[in-house]
Ligand binder design. Structure first.
Ligand code: CTP
Length: 153
């Protein structure tokens, strides 16, 4: 039976940090299962995704390192997943260091270093900055309007 590795995540606005992690995790076994969190599960955590579950799942499923995608519906499903899919290794980024050690009686637990300088949170912030109108732009618009009013008003 091929050795199976599993990981969990949201994978919103799929980026290079996600790709690097999946490549490295796939190297830990022969078969990689990714549990992608559903929109409902995220909502319960107060987390809103930009990309809906079906699309996030489809993107992750299309990554060549990934063999199967399952939905992540709750915090509690991990032990059952590990047993159901005969998982030998659970792996995740080290922002979760120590968090899933309770799985050690069931499988190996590995925390891998994150890719520096990229995250969905940071991408969302950049998007906000990119889309928002700066104070200078607003002031400039008022100046232009005032000039037009003086010239033609
Ligand atoms: N990850 C990583 N390197 C990054 C970003 C994420 O290795 N630069 C890993 C996380 O550690 C996790 C997986 O990718 O194991 C999925 O993370 P996710 O939370 O979906 O991505 P983030 O970009 O960290 O999103 P957020 O900022 O919303 O937490």
């Amino acid at each position: 039976m091929p050795s199976t590795v599993i990981t969990y995540g949201t994978f919103d606005m799929f980026h290079i940090g996600h790709l690097n992690l999946l490549r490295r995790i796939a190297g830990l076994g022969e078969r990689l299962i990714v549990a992608v969190s559903t929109d409902e599960f995220n909502a319960g955590k107060g987390k809103r995704t930009l990309i809906p579950f079906e699309q996030r799942a489809e993107i992750v499923r299309s990554i060549r390192y990934v063999d199967e995608v399952i939905p992540e519906l709750s915090w509690e499903q991990k032990v059952e997943d590990v047993q159901r899919y005969a998982v030998s290794t659970f792996a995740i980024g080290d922002d979760w260091q120590g968090h899933f050690d309770f799985l050690r009686p069931y499988c190996e637990v590995v925390y891998l270093p994150r890719t520096e300088g990229v995250s969905t949170t940071e991408l969302k912030r950049s998007l906000n900055r990119f889309c928002s109108v700066s104070r200078e732009d607003v002031l400039h618009a008022f100046e232009v309007l005032e000039r037009l009013r003086q010239d033609f008003g």
